[in-house]
Ligand binder design. Structure first.
Ligand code: SF4
Length: 63
């Protein structure tokens, strides 16, 4: 399972970070970044929520 962040679409307000602060972090550059590669099945639902709630559809769950 992977998350793709489209940095051109991300507006950096941090909905994703609010959902999983252990996975997403909005950087000083104003866009979200992944802070872990450990995307395990037990957090799939949260990751899907982050994708669904991202207002700019910048997140895509793969796998
Ligand atoms: S919710 Fe979407 S637009 Fe907002 S910081 Fe996260 S990836 Fe960027």
């Amino acid at each position: 399972m992977k998350i793709h962040i489209d940095e051109d679409k991300c507006t950096g307000h941090g909905v994703c970070e609010a959902i999983r602060e252990d996975v997403f972090e909005v950087g000083d550059d104003g866009v979200a970044h992944l802070i872990t590669e450990e995307l395990t099945e037990n957090i799939r639902e949260d990751l899907q929520d982050a994708c669904d709630q991202c207002p700019t559809q910048a997140l895509r769950l793969e796998g």
